[in-house]
Ligand binder design. Structure first.
Ligand SMILES: NC(=O)c1ccc[n+]([C@@H]2O[C@H](COP(=O)([O-])OP(=O)(O)OC[C@H]3O[C@@H](n4cnc5c(N)ncnc54)[C@H](OP(=O)(O)O)[C@@H]3O)[C@@H](O)[C@H]2O)c1
Length: 254
């Protein structure tokens, strides 16, 4: 049985499932992983876009696996089509910057179902598989928006805060099972998601830089993969300040 610390050091020859691989950070990370010698399983809802991403990948033995992660039944069926798996990366999310002051219950429910229930769906199916196999790695994507309740993205921020909490629980619970759990906390990255924003996004980075940071973090020991560090450390500080100061700062940052 390989020690998870040994298997973590390289992705070469490993099978990595990315949920949210059709665009942005997920598509760029798929490319970086394939360049590093991994076999990538690409998932999201749009099959045609996944096919296009798949055509850009290096290497061989990649798999296109479209499904809707909001549905547990679809998640189970999709997972049954995977033969080998070493790591999973949950990057799927929906976001709408115009939610403030608006009670769009349908969008709130979609956010809860994709961003949060989706994580539970994936964790549920892969954990028992990794337990049986004796090792594995689970990477969940939070956000700096989950560090502190930033304005203009209520359901998004709330689901990201929940993912941080969940990743912390899973890290502790899975240590004895030889399953590594990591939390990915991006700052601003230029993607179709952030293209929706009309406010200034400080220290924004490219998807290539984000993918490089994720790949480096997946093969390192630390629990959290956060980037760009100058920005993420700044937002982390908000968590530890008294509220009267953190609210003032969060207004400036948003
Ligand atoms: N960009 C940033 O600045 C930033 C900052 C912090 C955190 N993040 C996080 O990074 C991750 C990637 O974001 P991104 O910026 O790359 O966004 P993106 O380009 O909009 O990608 C989102 C991905 O989620 C997939 N998705 C959405 N709903 C889904 C569903 N029901 N089932 C399966 N897949 C679904 C989308 O594919 P389909 O539409 O084809 O389903 C797409 O591949 C997200 O978790 C996001 O919250 C991003």
């Amino acid at each position: 049985m390989p020690d998870v610390k040994d298997m973590m050091q390289s992705v070469r020859g490993q099978h990595v499932w990315i949920i949210g691989a059709s665009s942005g950070i997920g598509a760029a990370t798929a490319l970086a992983l394939s360049k590093a010698g991994a076999h990538v399983i690409l998932s999201a809802r749009r099959a045609d876009v996944l096919e296009h991403v798949g055509q850009q990948l290096y290497g061989f033995n990649h798999q296109i696996l479209p499904f809707d992660v909001a549905s547990y039944a679809e998640t189970v069926v999709a997972f049954s089509k995977i033969k080998r798996l070493d790591r999973v990366l949950f990057l799927a999310a929906v976001y709408d910057p115009t939610i403030e002051g608006r009670t769009d219950i349908a969008f709130i429910q979609q956010s809860l179902q994709v961003n949060l229930a989706g994580v539970f769906h994936i964790v549920n199916v892969v954990t028992s598989f990794f337990e049986g196999q004796g090792y594995g790695q689970i990477n969940l994507c939070g956000s700096v928006a989950g560090y502190f309740g930033l304005p203009n993205a209520q359901p998004y921020s709330a689901t990201k805060a929940a993912i941080i909490n969940l990743a912390e629980s899973l890290y502790i619970e899975n240590q004895a099972k030889n399953i590594d759990v990591k939390l990915i906390s991006p700052g601003f990255v230029r993607t179709p998601m952030t293209d929706k924003n009309d406010f200034v996004m400080p220290m924004m980075i490219s998807v290539e830089a984000a993918a490089e940071a994720i790949l480096a973090g997946m093969t390192a020991e630390a629990f959290e993969i956060h980037f760009p560090k100058k920005f993420t450390w700044l937002v982390k500080v908000l968590r530890f300040l008294p509220y009267y100061l953190s609210f003032k700062l969060s207004k400036i940052l948003s």
